[in-house]
Design a protein around this ligand. Structure first.
Ligand SMILES: [Fe+2]
Length: 386
């Protein structure tokens, strides 16, 4: 049996990789890029640096900086109109997962008729949009190397999963220098997201030898370095490992899929505006506890790759260490409970059924080693309230 693997055409990896934007554009034959980003990236000076280096290469560019965290249909509309009425031949997406996810949606909608709802899963979007050069500034969502984007439909608070080759960037510039100034909270949330990609990619029912090789390497890089990057953001060795680990985890899950943590995380994010990585972190220990019985060897392998279990530990022992570590990691990274985050208990319990329905319809729970019923998803949501 063979596996279909989709990757960016070009990757530039390491310190200073983002300075190669002009050369990458030239190698792709592109001359009129639109930079898609957010106002934080502008205020940090990242965008003016890119604009200057493009000008030095006689490349004129425009900037769309109105992307928002957890992008919605309305938040990308102005960007779609800018592409439809502009004469752009490429997009440079700069930022965390949200600007890159926004750019992916704009790249497709700017070139094709329809609304984002027309492009959501289970439709597979293999049409080409504008080519995207993705420059991540977090480690991370892995969005720079995935064929996915997530856009919220504010009409029903659904986080729409959109899938296909059309959303894969043509180039990914993976530059850990851009993560050195990330604050601890974002470092923790995005880092746990990356760790979740690696773990879910490994236990996924769609795992394959190629994705296994990527996500195991990702776990070896992320697990020993996440705490160090959280406590000291200037630790270059930890930042480099996190950035590479995040990209490898992205490659892995894009070619294997995520599972129940992500399926249940998106509705929490959509209804209560919890950042994606944080809602993953809240769910990771309990969903792992629910799932281990269906793939004990895979979870034990993960604990060994993360360096928290020994090669000589039994699978049961390794899995207990994994559960202990996931909770200890949340404690050390100060992941709040739902209540501590400020979510209203009554509202949360009134939405359990709807959240479970949205989780099921995303398709991700069916990739989980233990496939839950809707009632079991409701139970996990209930127990999450502490
Ligand atoms: Fe994620």
């Amino acid at each position: 049996m063979s596996t279909h693997i989709i990757l960016p055409r070009i990757m530039q990896v390491g310190a200073g990789a983002s300075q190669e934007i002009p050369n990458i554009l030239t190698s792709l034959g592109c001359k009129r890029p639109l930079i898609i980003t957010d106002k934080v990236m502008v205020s940090l000076g990242y965008i003016s640096t890119i604009e200057s280096s493009l000008l030095e290469h006689s490349i004129d560019c425009h900037v769309f900086d109105a992307t928002v965290p957890e992008p919605t249909i309305s938040s990308i509309t102005a960007g779609v109109n800018q592409v439809r009425h502009g004469d752009y031949d490429s997009i440079i997406a700069v930022g965390g997962g949200s600007p890159i996810d926004s750019a992916k949606a704009i790249a497709i909608l700017g070139k094709h008729d329809g609304t984002m709802r027309d492009f959501k899963f289970p439709r597979i979007v293999n049409e080409s949009g504008l080519p995207i050069i993705a420059v991540p500034t977090t480690a991370g969502t892995g969005s720079e190397v995935t064929k996915f984007t997530i856009i919220t439909d504010e009409a029903n608070d659904e986080k729409m999963l959109c899938v296909g080759m059309g959303f894969m960037p043509v180039a990914a510039l993976v530059d850990y220098d851009l993560t050195l100034s990330l604050p601890p909270r974002i470092t923790a949330d995005t880092g746990i997201d990356a760790l979740t990609h690696a773990l879910e990619g490994y236990v996924s029912r769609k795992a394959n030898p190629y994705s296994d090789s990527q996500v195991l390497a990702a776990m070896r890089l992320i697990a020993p370095n996440l705490r160090a990057a959280f406590h000291d953001g200037t630790n270059k060795q930890a930042r480099e490992a996190m950035m590479l680990g995040s990209t490898l985890a992205g490659i892995g899950f894009s070619n294997a899929s995520v599972a129940l943590v992500h399926g249940m995380s998106r509705p929490i994010g959509a209804f209560f505006h919890v950042p994606h990585g944080l809602s993953n972190a809240m769910l990771l220990p309990s969903v792992t506890a629910f799932s281990i019985e269906a793939a004990p060897k895979r979870y034990a392998d993960s604990a060994r790759a993360m360096g928290i279990a020994n090669q000589t530990d039994s699978d049961d022992c390794a899995n207990q260490k994994l559960l202990d570590e996931l909770q200890a990691l949340n404690d050390e990274l100060q992941v709040p409970t739902l209540a501590e985050y400020g979510i209203d208990k009554e509202q949360y319990f009134s939405l359990l059924n709807e959240m479970a329905s949205q989780a099921m319809s995303s398709g991700s729970p069916s990739n989980n080693p233990r496939i839950p019923s809707k009632d079991e998803i409701v139970e996990i949501y209930k127990k999450l309230w502490k």
